[in-house]
Design a protein around this ligand. Structure first.
Ligand SMILES: C[S@@+](CC[C@H](N)C(=O)[O-])C[C@H]1O[C@@H](n2cnc3c(N)ncnc32)[C@H](O)[C@@H]1O
Length: 265
Protein backbone atom coordinates (compact mmCIF):
# COMPACT_ATOMS: atom_id res chain seq x y z
CA UNK A 1 0.00 0.00 0.00
CA UNK A 2 1.30 3.52 -0.81
CA UNK A 3 2.20 5.65 2.20
CA UNK A 4 -0.42 8.12 3.37
CA UNK A 5 0.34 11.72 4.13
CA UNK A 6 -1.48 14.65 5.72
CA UNK A 7 -1.19 18.17 4.33
CA UNK A 8 -2.18 20.74 6.94
CA UNK A 9 -3.32 23.61 4.75
CA UNK A 10 -4.27 27.18 5.63
CA UNK A 11 -7.33 28.35 3.67
CA UNK A 12 -6.91 32.05 4.48
CA UNK A 13 -9.67 34.27 5.88
CA UNK A 14 -12.33 33.71 3.20
CA UNK A 15 -11.56 35.22 -0.21
CA UNK A 16 -10.26 32.29 -2.29
CA UNK A 17 -7.95 34.68 -4.13
CA UNK A 18 -5.89 34.65 -0.94
CA UNK A 19 -5.07 30.92 -1.16
CA UNK A 20 -1.40 30.15 -1.72
CA UNK A 21 -0.47 28.36 -4.96
CA UNK A 22 0.57 25.33 -2.90
CA UNK A 23 -2.84 25.26 -1.20
CA UNK A 24 -4.66 25.52 -4.52
CA UNK A 25 -2.64 22.71 -6.08
CA UNK A 26 -3.25 20.43 -3.12
CA UNK A 27 -7.00 21.18 -3.08
CA UNK A 28 -7.22 20.30 -6.75
CA UNK A 29 -5.34 17.00 -6.36
CA UNK A 30 -6.54 15.70 -3.00
CA UNK A 31 -8.39 12.42 -2.47
CA UNK A 32 -9.94 13.41 0.82
CA UNK A 33 -10.38 16.69 2.63
CA UNK A 34 -11.15 17.26 6.31
CA UNK A 35 -12.29 20.86 6.81
CA UNK A 36 -13.47 23.21 9.54
CA UNK A 37 -16.49 25.46 9.85
CA UNK A 38 -14.38 28.58 9.21
CA UNK A 39 -13.35 27.52 5.68
CA UNK A 40 -15.38 29.63 3.26
CA UNK A 41 -17.68 27.92 0.71
CA UNK A 42 -15.86 29.84 -2.06
CA UNK A 43 -12.61 28.09 -1.08
CA UNK A 44 -14.33 24.69 -1.06
CA UNK A 45 -15.36 25.33 -4.68
CA UNK A 46 -11.72 24.68 -5.60
CA UNK A 47 -11.63 21.16 -4.12
CA UNK A 48 -11.22 18.35 -6.68
CA UNK A 49 -14.75 17.21 -7.69
CA UNK A 50 -14.15 13.56 -6.82
CA UNK A 51 -12.62 14.19 -3.40
CA UNK A 52 -14.31 12.84 -0.29
CA UNK A 53 -15.31 15.76 1.97
CA UNK A 54 -15.40 15.34 5.75
CA UNK A 55 -16.75 18.22 7.87
CA UNK A 56 -15.01 18.47 11.25
CA UNK A 57 -17.13 21.38 12.52
CA UNK A 58 -15.59 23.54 15.26
CA UNK A 59 -18.22 26.25 15.30
CA UNK A 60 -18.31 27.94 18.73
CA UNK A 61 -20.10 25.65 21.23
CA UNK A 62 -20.80 23.15 18.45
CA UNK A 63 -17.87 20.84 18.04
CA UNK A 64 -19.12 18.35 15.49
CA UNK A 65 -16.03 16.24 16.21
CA UNK A 66 -13.94 16.50 19.36
CA UNK A 67 -10.28 17.33 18.83
CA UNK A 68 -9.21 13.77 19.75
CA UNK A 69 -11.66 12.39 17.19
CA UNK A 70 -10.20 14.63 14.49
CA UNK A 71 -6.66 13.54 15.42
CA UNK A 72 -7.70 9.89 15.29
CA UNK A 73 -9.47 10.38 11.93
CA UNK A 74 -6.35 11.92 10.35
CA UNK A 75 -4.21 9.04 11.64
CA UNK A 76 -6.72 6.47 10.34
CA UNK A 77 -6.97 8.02 6.87
CA UNK A 78 -3.19 8.31 6.49
CA UNK A 79 -2.68 4.73 7.73
CA UNK A 80 -5.08 3.60 5.00
CA UNK A 81 -2.67 5.13 2.47
CA UNK A 82 -4.78 8.22 1.69
CA UNK A 83 -3.41 11.65 0.73
CA UNK A 84 -5.34 13.91 3.07
CA UNK A 85 -5.78 17.67 3.04
CA UNK A 86 -6.59 18.98 6.51
CA UNK A 87 -8.00 22.41 5.67
CA UNK A 88 -8.29 25.13 8.28
CA UNK A 89 -9.36 28.79 8.14
CA UNK A 90 -6.58 31.38 8.13
CA UNK A 91 -3.22 29.95 9.13
CA UNK A 92 -3.23 26.54 10.82
CA UNK A 93 -0.62 27.56 13.39
CA UNK A 94 -2.38 30.74 14.56
CA UNK A 95 -5.16 29.84 17.00
CA UNK A 96 -5.90 26.88 14.76
CA UNK A 97 -4.82 23.88 16.85
CA UNK A 98 -2.69 22.80 13.90
CA UNK A 99 0.21 22.14 16.25
CA UNK A 100 -1.80 19.61 18.27
CA UNK A 101 -2.93 17.77 15.16
CA UNK A 102 0.61 17.52 13.79
CA UNK A 103 1.86 16.32 17.19
CA UNK A 104 -0.67 13.50 17.02
CA UNK A 105 0.59 12.54 13.54
CA UNK A 106 4.26 12.80 14.56
CA UNK A 107 3.57 10.50 17.52
CA UNK A 108 2.24 7.86 15.09
CA UNK A 109 5.12 8.30 12.61
CA UNK A 110 2.83 9.68 9.88
CA UNK A 111 4.28 11.99 7.22
CA UNK A 112 2.91 15.51 7.09
CA UNK A 113 3.50 18.90 5.52
CA UNK A 114 2.32 22.32 6.68
CA UNK A 115 1.13 24.90 4.15
CA UNK A 116 0.74 28.31 5.79
CA UNK A 117 -2.28 30.46 5.10
CA UNK A 118 -3.00 34.16 5.43
CA UNK A 119 -4.10 34.58 9.00
CA UNK A 120 -7.18 36.68 9.76
CA UNK A 121 -5.07 39.43 11.33
CA UNK A 122 -3.24 40.02 8.04
CA UNK A 123 -6.03 39.36 5.54
CA UNK A 124 -8.87 41.03 7.40
CA UNK A 125 -6.88 44.12 8.39
CA UNK A 126 -5.71 44.58 4.77
CA UNK A 127 -9.26 44.36 3.40
CA UNK A 128 -10.43 46.76 6.13
CA UNK A 129 -7.75 49.32 5.23
CA UNK A 130 -6.10 49.11 8.66
CA UNK A 131 -2.32 48.61 8.49
CA UNK A 132 -1.24 46.73 11.62
CA UNK A 133 1.99 48.68 11.92
CA UNK A 134 2.72 52.22 10.82
CA UNK A 135 5.72 54.43 11.55
CA UNK A 136 3.52 57.15 13.08
CA UNK A 137 1.26 54.89 15.13
CA UNK A 138 2.45 51.38 16.02
CA UNK A 139 5.85 49.70 16.14
CA UNK A 140 4.61 46.33 17.35
CA UNK A 141 1.58 44.11 17.08
CA UNK A 142 0.14 41.57 19.49
CA UNK A 143 -2.17 38.69 18.53
CA UNK A 144 -4.35 37.39 21.39
CA UNK A 145 -7.46 35.29 21.79
CA UNK A 146 -10.49 36.79 23.52
CA UNK A 147 -12.18 33.42 23.98
CA UNK A 148 -13.88 33.51 27.37
CA UNK A 149 -12.78 30.95 29.92
CA UNK A 150 -15.35 30.51 32.72
CA UNK A 151 -17.07 33.74 31.65
CA UNK A 152 -14.00 36.00 31.87
CA UNK A 153 -11.28 36.87 29.36
CA UNK A 154 -8.05 35.95 31.14
CA UNK A 155 -5.64 38.26 29.31
CA UNK A 156 -2.45 40.18 30.05
CA UNK A 157 -4.15 43.57 30.19
CA UNK A 158 -0.95 45.45 31.07
CA UNK A 159 0.79 44.10 27.95
CA UNK A 160 -2.28 44.99 25.89
CA UNK A 161 -2.33 48.63 26.96
CA UNK A 162 1.28 49.47 26.03
CA UNK A 163 1.51 52.57 23.81
CA UNK A 164 2.41 52.55 20.09
CA UNK A 165 1.19 49.03 19.58
CA UNK A 166 -1.69 47.35 17.78
CA UNK A 167 -3.59 44.52 19.44
CA UNK A 168 -5.49 42.02 17.32
CA UNK A 169 -8.04 39.94 19.18
CA UNK A 170 -9.30 36.70 17.68
CA UNK A 171 -12.53 35.10 18.95
CA UNK A 172 -13.35 38.20 20.99
CA UNK A 173 -16.84 39.17 19.81
CA UNK A 174 -18.70 37.80 22.85
CA UNK A 175 -16.18 39.37 25.23
CA UNK A 176 -16.07 42.77 23.52
CA UNK A 177 -17.73 44.70 26.38
CA UNK A 178 -15.49 43.06 28.99
CA UNK A 179 -12.37 43.66 26.83
CA UNK A 180 -13.12 47.39 26.44
CA UNK A 181 -13.87 47.74 30.18
CA UNK A 182 -10.63 46.01 31.17
CA UNK A 183 -8.49 48.01 28.73
CA UNK A 184 -9.89 51.27 30.17
CA UNK A 185 -9.44 49.96 33.75
CA UNK A 186 -5.79 49.21 32.90
CA UNK A 187 -5.03 52.71 31.67
CA UNK A 188 -6.21 52.97 28.04
CA UNK A 189 -8.11 56.18 27.21
CA UNK A 190 -11.86 55.69 26.66
CA UNK A 191 -11.30 57.46 23.33
CA UNK A 192 -8.69 54.87 22.22
CA UNK A 193 -9.57 53.61 18.71
CA UNK A 194 -10.94 50.12 18.17
CA UNK A 195 -12.61 48.35 15.25
CA UNK A 196 -14.56 45.16 14.78
CA UNK A 197 -14.47 43.54 11.34
CA UNK A 198 -17.17 41.01 10.56
CA UNK A 199 -16.66 38.38 7.81
CA UNK A 200 -13.48 40.05 6.56
CA UNK A 201 -12.38 39.66 2.90
CA UNK A 202 -15.75 38.34 1.67
CA UNK A 203 -18.97 39.84 0.32
CA UNK A 204 -20.60 40.56 3.67
CA UNK A 205 -17.55 42.22 5.25
CA UNK A 206 -18.58 44.96 7.65
CA UNK A 207 -16.24 47.27 9.56
CA UNK A 208 -17.36 49.18 12.64
CA UNK A 209 -14.76 51.59 13.99
CA UNK A 210 -15.09 53.67 17.13
CA UNK A 211 -13.66 54.01 20.62
CA UNK A 212 -13.30 51.73 23.63
CA UNK A 213 -16.17 53.69 25.23
CA UNK A 214 -18.70 53.50 22.41
CA UNK A 215 -17.99 50.47 20.24
CA UNK A 216 -19.60 47.68 22.31
CA UNK A 217 -23.03 49.35 22.15
CA UNK A 218 -22.73 50.03 18.42
CA UNK A 219 -21.68 46.45 17.74
CA UNK A 220 -24.67 45.19 19.74
CA UNK A 221 -27.01 47.49 17.75
CA UNK A 222 -25.67 46.19 14.42
CA UNK A 223 -25.99 42.56 15.58
CA UNK A 224 -22.64 41.48 14.13
CA UNK A 225 -22.12 37.75 13.76
CA UNK A 226 -19.04 35.49 13.85
CA UNK A 227 -16.38 35.44 12.64
CA UNK A 228 -15.32 38.88 13.81
CA UNK A 229 -11.84 40.24 14.39
CA UNK A 230 -11.12 43.05 16.86
CA UNK A 231 -8.31 45.54 16.17
CA UNK A 232 -7.25 47.98 18.88
CA UNK A 233 -4.85 50.85 18.37
CA UNK A 234 -4.25 54.21 16.69
CA UNK A 235 -3.93 52.51 13.30
CA UNK A 236 -7.71 52.04 13.32
CA UNK A 237 -8.06 55.76 12.53
CA UNK A 238 -6.52 55.08 9.11
CA UNK A 239 -9.55 53.03 8.09
CA UNK A 240 -11.41 56.21 7.08
CA UNK A 241 -8.84 57.05 4.41
CA UNK A 242 -7.53 53.58 3.49
CA UNK A 243 -10.73 51.51 3.21
CA UNK A 244 -10.73 50.14 -0.35
CA UNK A 245 -12.85 46.97 -0.23
CA UNK A 246 -16.55 47.81 -0.57
CA UNK A 247 -18.16 44.56 -1.73
CA UNK A 248 -21.73 45.70 -0.99
CA UNK A 249 -21.55 48.94 -3.00
CA UNK A 250 -19.04 48.12 -5.75
CA UNK A 251 -20.84 47.27 -8.98
CA UNK A 252 -17.67 46.48 -11.00
CA UNK A 253 -16.51 42.87 -10.64
CA UNK A 254 -12.95 42.41 -9.40
CA UNK A 255 -10.43 41.67 -12.13
CA UNK A 256 -9.47 38.00 -12.10
CA UNK A 257 -6.17 36.67 -13.40
CA UNK A 258 -6.65 34.82 -16.70
CA UNK A 259 -5.12 31.52 -15.62
CA UNK A 260 -3.25 30.19 -12.63
CA UNK A 261 -0.26 28.99 -14.58
CA UNK A 262 3.32 30.19 -14.52
CA UNK A 263 4.25 32.41 -17.44
CA UNK A 264 6.45 30.22 -19.63
CA UNK A 265 9.92 31.42 -20.58
C1 LIG B 1 -10.36 29.61 15.83
S1 LIG B 1 -9.76 31.16 15.28
C2 LIG B 1 -8.90 30.61 13.85
C3 LIG B 1 -7.93 31.61 13.33
C4 LIG B 1 -7.27 31.17 12.03
N1 LIG B 1 -6.44 30.00 12.23
C5 LIG B 1 -6.45 32.28 11.40
O1 LIG B 1 -5.23 32.18 11.30
O2 LIG B 1 -7.08 33.27 10.99
C6 LIG B 1 -11.23 31.88 14.64
C7 LIG B 1 -11.24 33.41 14.75
O3 LIG B 1 -10.47 34.00 13.70
C8 LIG B 1 -11.03 35.25 13.35
N2 LIG B 1 -11.41 35.21 11.92
C9 LIG B 1 -11.13 34.22 11.05
N3 LIG B 1 -11.57 34.53 9.82
C10 LIG B 1 -12.14 35.74 9.91
C11 LIG B 1 -12.79 36.61 8.99
N4 LIG B 1 -12.93 36.28 7.69
N5 LIG B 1 -13.27 37.79 9.43
C12 LIG B 1 -13.12 38.15 10.72
N6 LIG B 1 -12.52 37.38 11.63
C13 LIG B 1 -12.03 36.19 11.25
C14 LIG B 1 -12.25 35.45 14.23
O4 LIG B 1 -11.84 36.17 15.37
C15 LIG B 1 -12.60 34.02 14.58
O5 LIG B 1 -13.36 33.95 15.77
Amino acid sequence: MKAGCVYLVGAGPGDPELLTLRALRLLQQTEVIVYDHLVSPAVLDFVAPGAERIYAGKRRNEHTMRQEQINALLVRLARAGRQVVRLKGGDPFIFGRGGEEMQALAAEGIAFEVVPGITAACGVSSYAGIPLTHRDHAQSCLFVTGHLKDGSADLDWDAMTRPRQTVVIYMGLNALGEICRQLIAHGAAPTHPIAVVQHGTIANQKVLAGTLADLPQRVARHKLTSPCLIIVGEVVQLHDTLAWFHPQTDSAPRKQPAALQPVSA
